[in-house]
Design a protein around this ligand. Sequence first.
Ligand code: SAM
Length: 227
Amino acid sequence: HLSKRLAAVAAYVPVNSRMADIGSDHAYLPVYLAKRQQISYAVAGEVVDGPFENAKTEIANQNLTERIDARLGDGVTVLKPDDNIDTIVIAGMGGTLISDILERGWQQLTGNELLVLQPNVGEYHLRKWLAAHAYQITAEQILKDDGHIYEIMVAHKVKEPFSLNELDARFGHFLLAKPNAAFVEKWQHEQQRNAHVLASLNHAANVPVAKQQELQHEQQLIEEVLQ
Ligand code: SAM
């Protein structure tokens, strides 16, 4: 049984794909996809021993060692050309770590892979990184699961790097076009948090002007978006 979050991620993995799940931990995602015949092959990558052992154990328990290969190593550097991976999932970590993993593994990427990313934080940074590295977002989702709000973004390579406008980078083009309850809740929460920080900055002796301006700027944008 997958969490609502991972089930939403799974829905973006194309049928019959050869996927890599980077930072797989228990390998729940590739196991679920393989059992449903949604993927033909998977690499479950892990950089930490404990989670790598978790992945190996789960794959063996489910009799899927022929179709899912657990590999120990950093990010996408565990991939080889003859894996013919066409879909890369990186879920459940911060947006900066996700972009670092993609950046460090640049040599391993053909540019034909579909990226399915689920950052826990740092979505703004990740969207900007994707655009700057010629990855266009083609789908996005925001959902609430077990009291937390999560975002998922799907991206593929385009010819040229481009720059995202401020609203799309912060809020997500597709999320902004059709704001749901989770979107509204996330940004109302952010608005309250910013207001709190701004109020405490007002009482501080050495107010960092740039920080204050950035927060005020974000507050203005949130206000526009939530209207
Ligand atoms: N992807 C699963 C999910 O979404 O439920 C597990 C998420 S878990 C919170 C993050 C996992 O990423 C950890 O098991 C951690 O060891 C792994 N990880 C962190 N940095 C990594 C890297 N550079 N390469 C591979 N795995 C990494």
